[in-house]
Design a binder for this molecule. Structure first.
Ligand code: MG
Length: 159
């Protein structure tokens, strides 16, 4: 099974920037009910999508005070647990972050380790890519950050 996920968050001065489970030094960050980890949100949606299990908003509604400021890695762990319980195994994950700044390259290895650990899979099964939008549109203006994720699952039979 293949799954796809997308997410977007606004960026604002004075907020914390957490991407792929890693806090990135920055004067601005994502505006969100949770920790605003757009990459992990896209990944959760890809995983849920591959298993036909809905989306992150259904499982962790932003109206629920339990999820205020919550680490998105915790949500990812819950999604992975749900998939395992249903009999799914993650084969691989491929993600793309789109933001103008800061440069993501110095943090990619840490993000990759964090995601691999949370998903219980080998490092080489997790790919993280980053690009800018060439100063075009709202991402190019530094007003937001986008993330895309795709994953493959296998189904091991009756859970
Ligand atoms: Mg989100």
């Amino acid at each position: 099974m293949i799954g796809f996920g997308y997410d977007i968050h606004r960026l604002a001065e004075g907020e914390t920037l957490i991407l792929g489970g890693i806090e990135i030094p920055s004067s601005f960050g994502t505006v969100a009910h949770s920790d605003g980890d757009v990459l992990i949100h896209a990944l959760c949606d890809a995983l849920l999508g591959a298993a036909g299990l809905g989306d992150i908003g259904e499982h962790f509604p932003d109206t629920d005070p339990r999820y205020r400021g919550i680490s998105s890695i915790k949500l990812l762990r819950q999604v992975v647990g749900l998939l395992q319980g249903e009999g799914y195994t993650i084969v691989n994950i491929d993600c793309t972050l789109v933001l103008e700044r800061p440069k993501i390259l110095p943090y990619k290895a840490a993000m990759r380790s964090c995601i691999a650990e949370a998903c219980g899979i080998a490092l080489q099964r997790v790919s993280i890519k980053a690009t800018t939008s060439e100063k075009l549109g709202f991402v190019g203006a530094g007003e937001g950050v986008e993330a895309y994720a795709i994953c493959q699952l296998t189904y091991d039979g009756t859970p």
